[in-house]
Ligand binder design. Structure first.
Ligand code: ZN
Ligand code: ZN
Length: 74
């Protein structure tokens, strides 16, 4: 998973925090601890207007739902 590199900082809720109410990373966690910390995801203006190259070449895209390209050909 590539959640620690590009701009996904605090755009998703922390799994650990949701499950247990605490997180070993504390304030340094890359994920949001509560809705007040959650940031809106800034999408590329052409977000999902083009089909993912990985999918086009028949490969499973490693970005999954985070991919900025479409995963359906229709
Ligand atoms: Zn956390
Ligand atoms: Zn993709």
């Amino acid at each position: 998973m590539d959640v620690f590199n590009q701009g996904m900082y605090k755009t998703e809720l922390c799994n650990k925090w949701q499950e247990t109410g605490t997180c070993p990373y504390g304030p340094h966690c890359q994920f949001a601890h509560g809705l007040s910390e959650l940031r809106p995801v800034i999408r590329h203006p052409r977000y999902k207007t083009q089909v993912c190259r990985m999918v086009l070449s028949g490969v499973t895209c490693p970005y999954g739902h985070r991919c900025h390209f479409r995963h359906s050909l229709s």
